[in-house]
Write a new protein. Sequence first.
Length: 354
Amino acid sequence: MSHTTVESPHRGGCTESGYRTGQRRTVSLAVALAAGLVLAAAPTTHADTVTTTIDVGDYPVGVAITPGGTHAYAINHGGDSVSVIDTTAHTATTIEVGNGPGDVAITPGGTHTYITNYYDNTVSVLDTTTHAITTIDVGQKPVGVAITPNGTHAYVTNSADNTMSVIGTTAHTATTIDIGNGPGDVAITPDGTHAYITNLYDNTVSVLDTTTHTVTTTIDVGDKPKAVAITPDGTHAYITNSADNTVSVIGTTTHTVTTTIDVGHGPSGVAITPDGTHAYVTNLYGDTVSVIDTATHTATTIDISNGPYGVAITPSGTHAYVTNYSGHSVSVIAIEQAQSTGSLGSLGSLAWPS
C-alpha cells in the first residue's frame, strides 16, 4: 500500500517503494513518473476533510486498522517501529519491530499483526494485547503482506527473489511459491480462494490459487504497479500504477482490465470503502488523495501534504487513515457519509516510495 539503493521493488516493497531517503539507509527505485492520460474526468475537490494529523515515527508507510476499529497500526520504515494509534483519543504509542518494516496486516480476530521487515528478511508477529513479538524467516526483501479471511495463513511477497512466503498462522512455518518479477503488494479475495499480487518490474498482476498455490493467470496492467485492493464483493481489483499515474480496474471473473483511471502524481496505496462505493488512492508525489467513485470511475481529490503513502479505512467507513511518508505523521480523513456507510472494514494496501 510501498517506499534506495536496494534492488528490490518499492515501498510497496520497501525499496521498490523506496523509503528512508537521506537516513542511515537509502532505499530508492528509479521510476520515472510520466503524466498519464487515460480516461478520467478532471479532478475536483472532494467533500471529505482532514480532521486530525497525528505524529508517528520516521517515514511511515503501511497502515492497517483493527477489525473493531479501535486502533490503527502505522509502520515506521525509517524508525524500525510501529505506531499504535488510539482511534478515539488520536494518541500513539511506539513498539520496536524488525529492520526496515514496510507493510502490516491484522488477523480477522484482531489478536495479532503481521509486519514485513525488508532488511531482516523476516516477518514480526505482534500480539496486540501483550505486544510480545515472534519472528519468522521469509524470503529476500519482504514487502507486502495479507491474511486470509479465515485467519489461517499470511501471504508475504519477497521482492528480491521473486517469491511469496505462505505462513501458517498457528505453526508459524513458511512455504515458498515462485511469483512474478519484483512482487510487491498482495490482496486476498473475500472468499479466500485467490491472491492478487503486483509485480513491479513485469507491469503485471499475478493471480494465485490459494488452494493449489499455483499462479493461474497473469494480467498486464500499467507502468510500475504498486498496490492492490479488492472490492468487498470480490468482483474487482484496483491497482495503482506508480509510473503512469493511473489505476487499473481488473474484473476478477474475466481477469481483464476493464477500466483505467487517471489519478494524481505517483499513486501508491489504495483502500476501498466497506460499502464498495469508493476507492481511496494516495498520490505520493502529488500530495493528494484521489477518491474514485467505483460506479462512474470518476475521481475527485483531497489535498494532503508531506507525501501521502499508505491508506486504510475504518470498519465503520467513517474515516480514512493516511500515512505521510515525509511528514512522519498520519492524517485522519472524515469520509462524507452520503458516500460510504458500510459496516465491513477495508485493509489498506501499499508499496513503499520509489
